[in-house]
Design a protein around this ligand. Structure first.
Ligand code: SF4
Ligand code: ZN
Length: 311
């Protein structure tokens, strides 16, 4: 007997094995499920309220390509631009930029590409020679966060959407809770309002869909995405934690979603009540908001340049 779609009961192919729903879905039922879920998230958290100029951060991976596509399908009347960072990772970045460029050309979307090497003199690829490669993703994360915000701010955007999905956010939360990093925890939410004129409001429209669902969406929609994995991810703790979380989910159904909900509903209000407003000043080097006289990105960049020069 042929397998059938768990919703429409038709014997169509391909059928996606939905681990969260414990059922099979055909392409059209899956796309319907995914698009409804993202739309519901965007509306529930008021992600588009008051937006005048929207940018979407796109690396070219499955998540950001799914975000570009689902956004275009759900909100065709909302114009947005795409920001892509060229991180200079050998065997990966060239493919990423091609994928993003192609999508933007085909869909007449404005694309801003920011080149790390050109403006800061180093690439993330330069870090591959470091002994402690487990920390490269952490370093890369600081670079991406800072530059995405900077490019969005300098180009007059008021909201930046990123492709962080449920697996990404739960992995981050898991680590923060484990280490009791209360300050960072309070920043993890679907909508991060702007706390400073130079810090752009951030939204995460994919926060309630999973890695698997993003992948199925790009496959179902026949979208190009960077199929090469970043070579620097090998040995990263982030991957180990994501796999661990998937194993927990096998024992505790819906663990990821429950963790996120508990964080948002139970912990965030308490954290908000007890948090002290942070006073920000301008970084002496880049003039972006900073707690100290030099921001963490500029401190990191000068350390990286030192490593690179002495490697
Ligand atoms: Fe950066 Fe790590 Fe992602 Fe590679 S896998 S792009 S190093 S965060
Ligand atoms: Zn700085």
């Amino acid at each position: 007997m042929m397998d059938r779609c768990g919703r429409c009961k038709n014997e169509k192919t391909p059928l996606f094995k939905m681990s969260r729903l414990n059922s099979l879905l055909c392409s059209s039922c899956f796309e319907d499920y995914y698009e409804r879920k993202v739309k519901n998230t965007v509306l529930k958290y008021g992600m588009l309220n008051g937006v005048n100029k929207l940018a979407i951060a796109a690396s070219g991976g499955k998540d950001s390509m799914a975000l570009l596509k689902v956004f275009s399908e759900l909100f065709p009347h909302i114009k947005f631009a795409v920001i892509h960072l060229n991180l200079g990772i050998p065997g990966h970045s060239d493919e990423c930029i091609k994928v993003v460029e192609k999508f933007c050309i085909e869909n007449s979307i404005e694309l801003l590409v920011y080149d790390l090497k050109k403006y800061h003199g180093y690439t993330i690829g330069d870090l591959s020679n470091l002994k402690n490669n487990k920390r490269i993703c952490g370093v890369c994360g600081i670079v991406k966060r800072h530059l995405m915000n900077k490019v969005a701010y300098e180009n007059g955007f008021d909201t930046l959407a990123t492709g962080h999905n449920l697996d990404d956010v739960v992995e981050i939360l898991f680590n923060l809770y484990l280490n009791g990093n209360v300050e960072e925890m309070s920043r993890i939410k679907p909508v991060a309002p702007s706390m400073n004129p130079k810090l752009i409001r951030k939204i995460k429209p994919l926060i309630e869909v999973t890695d698997q669902e993003d992948l199925y969406y790009v496959i179902s929609k026949n979208l190009d995405y960077a199929s090469s994995e970043c070579p620097l991810i090998k040995g990263s703790r982030m991957v180990e934690r994501k796999n661990l979380i998937l194993r927990i989910e096998e024992e505790i159904p819906n663990f990821r979603y429950r963790f996120l909900k508990t964080h948002l509903k139970r912990f965030l209000p308490i954290l908000k009540e007890h948090s002290q407003p942070i006073t920000l000043r301008e970084c002496d080097v880049c003039s972006m908001p900073s707690v100290g006289s030099i921001c963490s990105f500029c401190k990191l960049s000068s350390r990286i340049l030192n490593w690179v020069e002495n490697a």
